[in-house]
Each structure stands twice: as C-alpha cells, then as structure tokens.
Design a binder for this molecule. Structure first.
Ligand code: SF4
Length: 345
C-alpha cells in the first residue's frame, strides 16, 4: 500500500501497490516513517505513530480496575483486545531510533501476558527506546507478574506507578478502590527487589496537594530507591472536569509545598521532576526540575506568553478539557512576581 499527498505523484502503479491512498493537505503533519491504521470501509484512518514526535503513546485498553477521581481517560468496560494486536503489528514499523514510547490505558496490565509479549517484541526491535508503561501497579503485587516483567529484560523499560498519598485510605479514595494502596506499594517493592525501573507519580489536586510535603517525606524515608518521582499538575479533562469542585486548587497555593517536597526528595537522593505546570506558578528554586512534559499535540500557550522570557523552557498548558487559570500566571520579564531574578538558561 502507498500513501501520497499529491494524486499526480502517487508512487507507483497498481502493479507496484495493491492500494494507493491519497490524503489532502489537512494531513500534511504526516511524513514518511509514520504509521497509520486505515479503515477502508469508512475511509477513515487513525495515526498510531509519528516518527518526528517525542510524545508517541499507545492506549492499550479502555478497561481499568480503578476509577480515579481525576482520570483523564475515563474507563469503559468494553471488549477492546484488538488494540493490543494492532500495537504488536505497529511495533514492526516503528523506527528503531525512536527515543521514547509510552504505553497507557485504562490499566495496561489487566491482560498482562499479552502486554509482556508486546514488550518482549519491543526489546527485540526497539532496544534503545525508553519504554514507559503507565500502570496503577496493583498487578505487581503478584510474584508471577513481576517475574514475567523482569524476564522481558528491556534495558530501558519503566513502570510509572501513582502513589497519591502516604495514607492508605486517601490513596484508595483517590483511585476509588479499597486495598489499592497496600497492593500498589507491595508491587513497587517487588519490582525494585528485582531491580526493575519504577517511577512514582503524584497528580496534584485539592485532595493530594495539601499532603504533598508529608507524601514526599514518606517516599524519601520508605521508597528512596525508586528511579524517579514525578509531581504532576492535573489535566483538567475527563473525570477531573466532572469533579472540578472537589479537585481544583490553584497551583500557586501549593507552590511552597512543592519546594519543600522537591527539597526532601533531593536530599534523599531521589531523582524528582515537576510535570504539567507553567514556570510562572512555580518558585524559581524548582524551575530546574520543571519539565516540558505535555505532549505536543495537546500543548498550548496563552497570547501573553509571547512576551515571556522563559517561554522556550515552559511546559505551558493543556489544550484539552477546560484549563483553569492560576492567579499566578503572567509573563516572566526580568523580575518575577516573587521578586526573583529571571532565570538564565
Ligand atoms: S507566562 Fe506563559 S510562557 Fe511564561 S511562564 Fe507563564 S505560562 Fe509559561
């Protein structure tokens, strides 16, 4: 099959290709090496992978055993096992020079045997690629799952696992599932016991942010051997929108706790980053760990950002859902509102 933008330059004749698909210029963000899935009957296609993007991510399933208050991809109990077959086929077409890939859900480990098979395929074809699996981590409470995971032996495989609070009932409340905290922590311990890479993720909202300092202290004392901790602003979409009254907190109101939390983790030797929050709502002392984490296809800035001296380093905002503005948002121009000097990069 060939894909062409210009009908006159359709590469080859029917002898060369059984099928030639012509795309109009609306899709000129696609390029050679990208992977699309075409449904010939509906004449629609989905983009599975873009070679030039640093933010390629595959959704493995919409099913989940959690029901998180702020879930950006609300789970659905549907039969979607075909997705993992499609991803397995797609792996053969991905450029081995791809720096990173994400696997997400739903809960990717609900069908852990098939996930493990896909990851083993990635180890063969994409051994240099950082593969990041977002999971609630509960499946790793099982020795059998951890053993199969460790046996994959992909050199750059990481499990990204949320622990929303150091208090079991608060974590369980956030994920709407009793017993989640105990199984998740057990899973992290079992993974690290087998020397697997683990990132702990804390999404910050009105339930988790007020306890951020204590959560970071608990992580520093009990799980200092995890490979990375990501402190993440909330994407205000999906269930986060439905629960906005419960969850909204202005990031400027937990900016000091972020400074404390980052400090505690750094002092314990833990690699820590801040995701999804614009620099102007953060204290300059933590700008060094703030990452441009929002995927390119849903990342946006405001008109006022044009005059900001840290625009090129700033994570900006989600274009998805309904972005709530912090009262701290404003261009950094030499002197910040907090009277700290503009950071030089
Ligand atoms: S004004 Fe815009 S670019 Fe500047 S720090 Fe704030 S969000 Fe980022």
């Amino acid at each position: 099959m060939a894909v062409a933008f210009d009908p006159r330059s359709a590469a080859g004749s029917p002898v060369d290709f059984a099928l030639v698909v012509h795309l109009d210029r609306r899709f000129d963000y696609l390029a050679a090496g990208d992977v699309i899935a075409i449904d010939a009957r509906s004449r629609r296609f989905r983009v599975l992978y873009r070679r030039a993007s640093k933010h390629n991510s595959f959704l493995l399933t919409e099913r989940c055993n959690h029901y998180c208050l702020m879930c950006s991809q609300p789970p659905r109990n549907v039969e979607d096992g075909w997705i993992i077959d499609e991803i397995a086929d797609c792996v053969d077409l991905i450029d081995p020079a791809t720096t990173s890939l994400g696997l997400t859900g739903g809960e990717p480990l609900l069908d852990w045997r098939r996930l493990v098979a896909v990851l083993a395929k990635m180890r063969e074809r994409l051994p240099q690629t950082a593969v990041h699996v977002l999971t609630n981590g509960r499946a790793f409470a099982s020795e059998a799952v951890v053993a199969a995971w460790a046996e994959i032996r992909h050199p750059h495989l990481t499990a990204g696992i949320p622990i929303y609070a150091a208090v079991d009932h608060i974590h369980d409340y956030v994920v709407q599932s009793r017993g989640a905290f105990d199984e998740t922590v057990l899973g992290v311990l079992r993974l690290k016991d087998r020397r697997q890479r683990v990132e702990v993720r804390i999404v910050l909202h009105a339930v988790t942010a007020p306890r951020l300092k204590q959560t970071c202290e608990w992580l520093a004392r009990n799980l200092p051997f995890v490979d990375h901790v990501a402190l993440m602003g909330t994407e205000n979409t999906g269930f986060a929108l439905a629960n906005e009254k419960l969850l909204w907190i202005d990031p400027i109101d937990y900016a000091d706790d972020l400074v404390s939390g980052v400090g505690v983790l750094k002092a314990a030797g833990v690699n820590v980053s801040i995701y999804n929050l614009p620099l102007c709502v953060l204290h300059p002392s933590v700008w060094g760990v703030a990452v441009q984490s929002i995927s390119d296809w849903k990342n946006t800035y405001l008109p006022l950002c044009a005059g900001c001296c840290v625009r090129a380093q700033c994570a900006g905002f989600f274009s998805t859902g309904r972005t709530r503005m912090s009262r701290g948002v404003g261009p950094v121009t030499g002197l910040r509102p907090l009277s700290a000097p503009c950071r030089q990069y």
